[in-house]
Write a protein that binds this ligand. Structure first.
Ligand SMILES: Cc1ncc(COP(=O)(O)O)c(C=O)c1O
Length: 374
Protein backbone atom coordinates (compact mmCIF):
# COMPACT_ATOMS: atom_id res chain seq x y z
CA UNK A 1 0.00 0.00 0.00
CA UNK A 2 1.53 3.32 -1.06
CA UNK A 3 1.68 5.92 1.67
CA UNK A 4 0.65 8.81 -0.56
CA UNK A 5 -2.09 7.18 -2.58
CA UNK A 6 -5.57 8.37 -1.62
CA UNK A 7 -8.27 6.37 -3.40
CA UNK A 8 -10.61 8.83 -5.13
CA UNK A 9 -13.61 7.67 -3.13
CA UNK A 10 -16.85 9.57 -3.65
CA UNK A 11 -16.88 12.34 -1.05
CA UNK A 12 -20.23 11.21 0.34
CA UNK A 13 -18.86 7.71 0.97
CA UNK A 14 -15.62 8.64 2.74
CA UNK A 15 -15.65 7.33 6.30
CA UNK A 16 -19.13 5.82 5.99
CA UNK A 17 -19.45 2.57 7.95
CA UNK A 18 -20.94 -0.41 6.13
CA UNK A 19 -24.37 -1.67 7.14
CA UNK A 20 -24.49 -4.67 9.39
CA UNK A 21 -25.91 -5.97 12.62
CA UNK A 22 -23.52 -8.01 14.79
CA UNK A 23 -23.16 -11.66 13.71
CA UNK A 24 -22.27 -13.24 17.06
CA UNK A 25 -22.16 -16.92 17.88
CA UNK A 26 -24.53 -16.97 20.86
CA UNK A 27 -27.19 -19.53 21.86
CA UNK A 28 -30.17 -17.33 20.86
CA UNK A 29 -29.66 -15.10 17.81
CA UNK A 30 -32.80 -12.99 17.73
CA UNK A 31 -31.49 -9.80 16.14
CA UNK A 32 -32.05 -9.84 12.37
CA UNK A 33 -35.55 -11.24 11.95
CA UNK A 34 -34.39 -14.52 10.44
CA UNK A 35 -36.56 -17.59 10.47
CA UNK A 36 -35.05 -19.55 13.38
CA UNK A 37 -35.85 -22.97 11.93
CA UNK A 38 -33.39 -24.60 9.59
CA UNK A 39 -34.91 -26.11 6.49
CA UNK A 40 -36.50 -29.55 6.99
CA UNK A 41 -34.13 -32.32 5.83
CA UNK A 42 -36.37 -33.37 2.92
CA UNK A 43 -36.24 -29.83 1.50
CA UNK A 44 -32.51 -29.41 2.10
CA UNK A 45 -31.95 -32.75 0.30
CA UNK A 46 -34.15 -31.71 -2.61
CA UNK A 47 -32.17 -28.47 -2.84
CA UNK A 48 -28.93 -30.43 -2.85
CA UNK A 49 -30.18 -32.50 -5.79
CA UNK A 50 -31.38 -29.37 -7.64
CA UNK A 51 -28.04 -27.66 -7.07
CA UNK A 52 -26.16 -30.77 -8.30
CA UNK A 53 -28.26 -30.67 -11.45
CA UNK A 54 -27.63 -26.93 -11.88
CA UNK A 55 -23.90 -27.49 -11.25
CA UNK A 56 -23.67 -29.60 -14.39
CA UNK A 57 -24.68 -26.53 -16.39
CA UNK A 58 -22.62 -23.90 -14.59
CA UNK A 59 -20.32 -23.49 -17.60
CA UNK A 60 -23.23 -21.54 -19.11
CA UNK A 61 -24.69 -18.26 -17.86
CA UNK A 62 -28.01 -18.70 -16.06
CA UNK A 63 -31.45 -17.94 -17.48
CA UNK A 64 -31.02 -14.17 -17.50
CA UNK A 65 -34.69 -13.48 -16.98
CA UNK A 66 -35.30 -16.35 -14.51
CA UNK A 67 -38.60 -17.08 -16.18
CA UNK A 68 -39.22 -20.47 -14.54
CA UNK A 69 -38.64 -18.99 -11.11
CA UNK A 70 -40.77 -15.93 -11.80
CA UNK A 71 -43.65 -18.17 -12.93
CA UNK A 72 -43.29 -20.24 -9.74
CA UNK A 73 -43.40 -17.02 -7.69
CA UNK A 74 -46.56 -15.94 -9.52
CA UNK A 75 -48.12 -19.35 -8.78
CA UNK A 76 -47.18 -19.04 -5.12
CA UNK A 77 -48.72 -15.55 -4.86
CA UNK A 78 -51.91 -16.81 -6.48
CA UNK A 79 -52.27 -19.28 -3.59
CA UNK A 80 -50.91 -17.04 -0.82
CA UNK A 81 -52.81 -13.85 -1.67
CA UNK A 82 -55.53 -15.14 -3.98
CA UNK A 83 -54.36 -12.76 -6.74
CA UNK A 84 -53.26 -13.66 -10.25
CA UNK A 85 -50.15 -11.73 -11.25
CA UNK A 86 -48.79 -12.63 -14.71
CA UNK A 87 -45.14 -13.69 -14.85
CA UNK A 88 -44.35 -10.56 -16.88
CA UNK A 89 -45.24 -8.50 -13.82
CA UNK A 90 -43.03 -10.48 -11.46
CA UNK A 91 -39.33 -9.74 -10.98
CA UNK A 92 -36.72 -11.59 -8.91
CA UNK A 93 -33.29 -10.59 -7.62
CA UNK A 94 -30.78 -11.34 -4.87
CA UNK A 95 -32.93 -10.48 -1.86
CA UNK A 96 -35.53 -7.79 -1.69
CA UNK A 97 -32.58 -5.51 -0.88
CA UNK A 98 -31.44 -5.88 -4.47
CA UNK A 99 -34.97 -5.52 -5.81
CA UNK A 100 -35.34 -2.25 -3.91
CA UNK A 101 -31.93 -1.06 -5.08
CA UNK A 102 -33.00 -1.73 -8.66
CA UNK A 103 -36.26 0.15 -8.07
CA UNK A 104 -34.21 3.14 -6.89
CA UNK A 105 -32.04 2.84 -10.00
CA UNK A 106 -35.15 2.82 -12.18
CA UNK A 107 -37.28 5.43 -10.43
CA UNK A 108 -34.83 7.48 -8.37
CA UNK A 109 -31.73 9.33 -9.47
CA UNK A 110 -30.38 12.88 -9.37
CA UNK A 111 -33.09 15.49 -8.92
CA UNK A 112 -35.64 12.87 -7.91
CA UNK A 113 -37.16 12.31 -4.50
CA UNK A 114 -38.21 9.25 -2.49
CA UNK A 115 -40.29 9.69 0.64
CA UNK A 116 -41.12 7.33 3.46
CA UNK A 117 -42.28 7.27 7.06
CA UNK A 118 -39.95 6.87 10.04
CA UNK A 119 -39.10 4.77 11.96
CA UNK A 120 -38.68 2.31 9.14
CA UNK A 121 -36.17 0.00 7.46
CA UNK A 122 -32.68 1.40 7.83
CA UNK A 123 -31.49 0.42 4.34
CA UNK A 124 -33.75 2.81 2.40
CA UNK A 125 -31.52 5.87 2.90
CA UNK A 126 -28.59 3.79 1.66
CA UNK A 127 -30.35 2.92 -1.61
CA UNK A 128 -31.12 6.63 -1.97
CA UNK A 129 -27.52 7.61 -1.31
CA UNK A 130 -26.16 5.05 -3.77
CA UNK A 131 -28.46 6.27 -6.52
CA UNK A 132 -28.19 10.01 -5.78
CA UNK A 133 -31.88 10.12 -4.96
CA UNK A 134 -33.14 12.76 -2.51
CA UNK A 135 -34.69 11.10 0.50
CA UNK A 136 -37.21 12.58 2.93
CA UNK A 137 -38.97 11.01 5.85
CA UNK A 138 -42.12 11.96 7.71
CA UNK A 139 -42.78 10.79 11.26
CA UNK A 140 -45.10 7.88 11.83
CA UNK A 141 -47.86 8.45 14.37
CA UNK A 142 -47.52 7.43 18.04
CA UNK A 143 -48.97 4.01 17.21
CA UNK A 144 -46.50 3.68 14.31
CA UNK A 145 -49.10 4.15 11.60
CA UNK A 146 -48.89 6.66 8.77
CA UNK A 147 -51.00 9.78 9.08
CA UNK A 148 -52.87 9.74 5.77
CA UNK A 149 -53.50 13.51 5.47
CA UNK A 150 -49.78 14.15 6.13
CA UNK A 151 -48.81 11.60 3.49
CA UNK A 152 -51.33 12.90 0.95
CA UNK A 153 -50.20 16.50 1.48
CA UNK A 154 -46.52 15.54 1.25
CA UNK A 155 -47.11 13.72 -2.02
CA UNK A 156 -49.08 16.61 -3.53
CA UNK A 157 -46.56 19.19 -2.37
CA UNK A 158 -43.25 17.38 -2.88
CA UNK A 159 -44.21 15.27 -5.92
CA UNK A 160 -41.73 12.48 -5.19
CA UNK A 161 -41.01 9.90 -7.86
CA UNK A 162 -41.33 7.14 -5.24
CA UNK A 163 -43.20 6.63 -1.99
CA UNK A 164 -42.11 3.70 0.17
CA UNK A 165 -44.59 2.11 2.52
CA UNK A 166 -43.44 -0.78 4.68
CA UNK A 167 -46.13 -3.11 5.91
CA UNK A 168 -45.61 -4.90 8.22
CA UNK A 169 -43.07 -2.24 9.07
CA UNK A 170 -39.58 -2.87 10.35
CA UNK A 171 -38.67 -2.19 13.19
CA UNK A 172 -42.18 -1.64 14.56
CA UNK A 173 -43.93 -4.79 13.27
CA UNK A 174 -47.08 -2.81 12.59
CA UNK A 175 -49.15 -3.35 9.45
CA UNK A 176 -50.84 -0.44 7.68
CA UNK A 177 -54.62 -0.50 7.31
CA UNK A 178 -55.64 -1.37 3.77
CA UNK A 179 -57.62 1.84 3.40
CA UNK A 180 -54.56 3.90 4.31
CA UNK A 181 -52.45 2.19 1.65
CA UNK A 182 -55.27 2.71 -0.84
CA UNK A 183 -55.60 6.44 -0.01
CA UNK A 184 -51.84 6.99 -0.26
CA UNK A 185 -51.63 5.03 -3.53
CA UNK A 186 -54.46 7.15 -4.95
CA UNK A 187 -52.70 10.38 -3.96
CA UNK A 188 -49.52 9.08 -5.57
CA UNK A 189 -51.33 8.09 -8.75
CA UNK A 190 -52.82 11.57 -9.03
CA UNK A 191 -49.33 13.08 -9.41
CA UNK A 192 -47.70 10.23 -11.34
CA UNK A 193 -45.72 8.85 -8.37
CA UNK A 194 -44.71 5.20 -7.93
CA UNK A 195 -45.77 3.56 -4.70
CA UNK A 196 -43.66 0.69 -3.41
CA UNK A 197 -45.07 -1.41 -0.59
CA UNK A 198 -42.33 -3.44 1.09
CA UNK A 199 -44.00 -6.62 2.35
CA UNK A 200 -40.93 -8.54 3.49
CA UNK A 201 -42.92 -9.92 6.44
CA UNK A 202 -46.30 -10.36 4.73
CA UNK A 203 -46.70 -14.08 5.43
CA UNK A 204 -46.66 -13.43 9.18
CA UNK A 205 -49.63 -11.06 9.13
CA UNK A 206 -52.71 -11.96 11.16
CA UNK A 207 -55.63 -13.62 9.44
CA UNK A 208 -57.83 -11.03 7.79
CA UNK A 209 -55.04 -8.47 7.29
CA UNK A 210 -54.97 -7.95 3.51
CA UNK A 211 -51.84 -7.70 1.39
CA UNK A 212 -51.24 -4.79 -0.98
CA UNK A 213 -50.98 -7.45 -3.70
CA UNK A 214 -54.78 -7.23 -3.84
CA UNK A 215 -54.45 -3.54 -4.85
CA UNK A 216 -52.33 -4.24 -7.93
CA UNK A 217 -55.39 -4.44 -10.16
CA UNK A 218 -56.53 -1.03 -8.90
CA UNK A 219 -53.30 1.01 -8.96
CA UNK A 220 -51.06 1.00 -12.05
CA UNK A 221 -48.39 2.87 -10.03
CA UNK A 222 -48.07 0.10 -7.41
CA UNK A 223 -45.16 -2.29 -6.82
CA UNK A 224 -45.17 -4.78 -3.94
CA UNK A 225 -41.86 -6.30 -2.83
CA UNK A 226 -41.56 -9.61 -1.02
CA UNK A 227 -38.75 -11.91 0.07
CA UNK A 228 -38.05 -15.60 0.63
CA UNK A 229 -35.62 -14.67 3.44
CA UNK A 230 -38.21 -14.83 6.20
CA UNK A 231 -41.24 -17.04 5.56
CA UNK A 232 -39.24 -19.50 3.43
CA UNK A 233 -36.32 -19.68 5.89
CA UNK A 234 -34.02 -18.76 3.00
CA UNK A 235 -32.12 -15.68 4.14
CA UNK A 236 -28.85 -17.34 3.17
CA UNK A 237 -29.96 -18.00 -0.41
CA UNK A 238 -30.81 -14.35 -1.20
CA UNK A 239 -34.05 -14.26 -3.13
CA UNK A 240 -36.43 -11.33 -3.16
CA UNK A 241 -39.06 -10.38 -5.68
CA UNK A 242 -41.36 -7.64 -6.84
CA UNK A 243 -44.92 -7.74 -8.16
CA UNK A 244 -45.68 -4.78 -10.37
CA UNK A 245 -49.04 -3.55 -11.62
CA UNK A 246 -47.42 -2.42 -14.87
CA UNK A 247 -45.22 -4.82 -16.89
CA UNK A 248 -43.13 -1.83 -18.03
CA UNK A 249 -41.74 -1.67 -14.50
CA UNK A 250 -40.31 -5.17 -14.87
CA UNK A 251 -38.94 -4.35 -18.33
CA UNK A 252 -37.15 -1.35 -16.79
CA UNK A 253 -35.74 -3.42 -13.93
CA UNK A 254 -34.25 -5.66 -16.62
CA UNK A 255 -32.51 -2.58 -18.00
CA UNK A 256 -30.85 -1.60 -14.72
CA UNK A 257 -30.00 -5.06 -13.37
CA UNK A 258 -26.49 -6.37 -13.78
CA UNK A 259 -26.09 -9.05 -16.46
CA UNK A 260 -27.07 -12.53 -15.25
CA UNK A 261 -27.65 -11.13 -11.77
CA UNK A 262 -29.41 -14.21 -10.43
CA UNK A 263 -27.18 -17.28 -10.37
CA UNK A 264 -28.39 -20.67 -11.61
CA UNK A 265 -27.72 -22.02 -8.11
CA UNK A 266 -29.95 -19.36 -6.50
CA UNK A 267 -32.69 -20.03 -9.03
CA UNK A 268 -32.55 -23.80 -8.39
CA UNK A 269 -32.66 -23.35 -4.62
CA UNK A 270 -35.54 -20.88 -4.70
CA UNK A 271 -37.56 -23.02 -7.12
CA UNK A 272 -37.14 -26.03 -4.85
CA UNK A 273 -38.30 -24.03 -1.81
CA UNK A 274 -41.38 -22.88 -3.72
CA UNK A 275 -42.19 -26.49 -4.55
CA UNK A 276 -42.30 -27.14 -0.79
CA UNK A 277 -44.16 -23.98 0.20
CA UNK A 278 -46.83 -25.92 2.10
CA UNK A 279 -44.33 -27.63 4.40
CA UNK A 280 -42.65 -24.30 5.15
CA UNK A 281 -46.02 -22.70 5.86
CA UNK A 282 -46.28 -24.93 8.96
CA UNK A 283 -43.17 -23.17 10.37
CA UNK A 284 -44.73 -19.80 9.62
CA UNK A 285 -47.88 -20.82 11.48
CA UNK A 286 -45.83 -21.88 14.50
CA UNK A 287 -43.89 -18.59 14.44
CA UNK A 288 -47.11 -16.60 14.28
CA UNK A 289 -48.39 -18.44 17.36
CA UNK A 290 -45.07 -17.95 19.15
CA UNK A 291 -45.15 -14.25 18.23
CA UNK A 292 -48.63 -13.78 19.66
CA UNK A 293 -47.67 -15.75 22.79
CA UNK A 294 -44.54 -13.68 23.29
CA UNK A 295 -46.41 -10.41 22.78
CA UNK A 296 -49.04 -11.43 25.34
CA UNK A 297 -46.33 -12.49 27.79
CA UNK A 298 -44.50 -9.18 27.41
CA UNK A 299 -47.72 -7.26 27.99
CA UNK A 300 -48.58 -9.40 31.03
CA UNK A 301 -45.17 -8.64 32.45
CA UNK A 302 -45.64 -4.91 32.21
CA UNK A 303 -43.76 -4.15 28.99
CA UNK A 304 -45.16 -1.98 26.23
CA UNK A 305 -45.58 -3.87 22.96
CA UNK A 306 -46.18 -2.55 19.45
CA UNK A 307 -48.80 -4.78 17.78
CA UNK A 308 -46.86 -7.04 15.43
CA UNK A 309 -47.88 -8.64 12.13
CA UNK A 310 -44.27 -9.69 11.56
CA UNK A 311 -41.85 -12.28 12.97
CA UNK A 312 -40.44 -9.82 15.51
CA UNK A 313 -41.70 -7.59 18.28
CA UNK A 314 -40.79 -4.03 19.26
CA UNK A 315 -41.11 -3.67 23.01
CA UNK A 316 -40.13 -1.28 25.80
CA UNK A 317 -39.98 1.09 27.39
CA UNK A 318 -36.50 1.25 28.89
CA UNK A 319 -34.69 4.19 30.39
CA UNK A 320 -31.41 2.57 29.41
CA UNK A 321 -32.08 0.17 26.56
CA UNK A 322 -28.36 -0.40 25.99
CA UNK A 323 -28.11 -1.82 29.51
CA UNK A 324 -31.00 -4.22 28.86
CA UNK A 325 -29.50 -5.22 25.50
CA UNK A 326 -26.17 -5.93 27.20
CA UNK A 327 -27.81 -7.85 30.02
CA UNK A 328 -29.53 -10.11 27.51
CA UNK A 329 -26.31 -10.62 25.57
CA UNK A 330 -24.49 -11.62 28.77
CA UNK A 331 -27.15 -14.32 29.09
CA UNK A 332 -26.62 -15.57 25.54
CA UNK A 333 -29.53 -13.75 23.90
CA UNK A 334 -28.74 -11.33 21.08
CA UNK A 335 -31.52 -8.89 20.16
CA UNK A 336 -31.47 -5.52 18.37
CA UNK A 337 -31.17 -1.97 19.63
CA UNK A 338 -33.25 -0.21 17.03
CA UNK A 339 -36.35 1.90 16.71
CA UNK A 340 -37.18 4.97 18.77
CA UNK A 341 -35.35 5.55 22.02
CA UNK A 342 -36.51 3.31 24.82
CA UNK A 343 -37.54 0.40 22.58
CA UNK A 344 -35.82 -2.86 21.70
CA UNK A 345 -36.64 -5.36 18.97
CA UNK A 346 -36.63 -9.11 19.36
CA UNK A 347 -37.05 -11.59 16.53
CA UNK A 348 -39.34 -14.51 17.26
CA UNK A 349 -37.20 -17.61 17.74
CA UNK A 350 -37.86 -21.29 18.30
CA UNK A 351 -39.94 -22.04 21.41
CA UNK A 352 -36.67 -22.85 23.26
CA UNK A 353 -35.02 -19.58 22.20
CA UNK A 354 -38.11 -17.63 23.19
CA UNK A 355 -37.97 -19.25 26.65
CA UNK A 356 -34.33 -18.22 26.95
CA UNK A 357 -35.28 -14.69 25.99
CA UNK A 358 -38.10 -14.56 28.54
CA UNK A 359 -35.86 -15.81 31.35
CA UNK A 360 -33.00 -13.49 30.40
CA UNK A 361 -35.32 -10.49 30.17
CA UNK A 362 -36.80 -11.10 33.61
CA UNK A 363 -33.34 -11.50 35.10
CA UNK A 364 -31.94 -8.46 33.33
CA UNK A 365 -34.76 -6.11 34.21
CA UNK A 366 -35.13 -7.48 37.74
CA UNK A 367 -38.74 -8.29 36.97
CA UNK A 368 -38.26 -11.85 38.25
CA UNK A 369 -37.79 -10.54 41.80
CA UNK A 370 -41.38 -9.38 41.88
CA UNK A 371 -44.08 -11.55 43.27
CA UNK A 372 -46.32 -13.41 40.91
CA UNK A 373 -43.81 -13.25 38.07
CA UNK A 374 -42.50 -16.49 36.61
C1 LIG B 1 -38.57 -4.25 5.69
C2 LIG B 1 -37.51 -5.08 5.06
N1 LIG B 1 -37.39 -5.06 3.73
C3 LIG B 1 -36.45 -5.77 3.11
C4 LIG B 1 -35.56 -6.55 3.81
C5 LIG B 1 -34.47 -7.27 3.05
O1 LIG B 1 -34.66 -8.61 2.98
P1 LIG B 1 -33.87 -9.51 1.95
O2 LIG B 1 -32.89 -8.67 1.22
O3 LIG B 1 -33.21 -10.56 2.78
O4 LIG B 1 -34.91 -10.05 1.04
C6 LIG B 1 -35.64 -6.61 5.20
C7 LIG B 1 -34.69 -7.44 5.95
O5 LIG B 1 -34.65 -7.56 7.12
C8 LIG B 1 -36.64 -5.84 5.83
O6 LIG B 1 -36.74 -5.82 7.17
Amino acid sequence: MSADFVPPIRADLVGVASYGAPQLDVPARLNVNENPFSLPAEIADAMGAAVAEAARGLNRYPDRDAEGLRQALADYIAVESGCQVPMGQVWAANGSNEVMHQLFLAFGGPGRLAITFDPTYSMYPEYARDTFTDYETYRRTADFGVDVPTAVDAIALRRPSMVLLTSPNNPTGTALPHDDVRAIAAAALAVGTMIVVDEAYAEFRHDGVPSAVSLLAEFPNLVVTRTMSKAFALAGARLGYALAADPRVVETLKVVRLPYHLSAVTQAVALTALQHAEVLQAQVDLLRRERDGLAAWLTDNGFTVAPSDANFILFGMFEDRAAVWNGLLERGVLIRQTGPDGWLRVSVGTPEENDMFRRALLETTGADDQEGRT
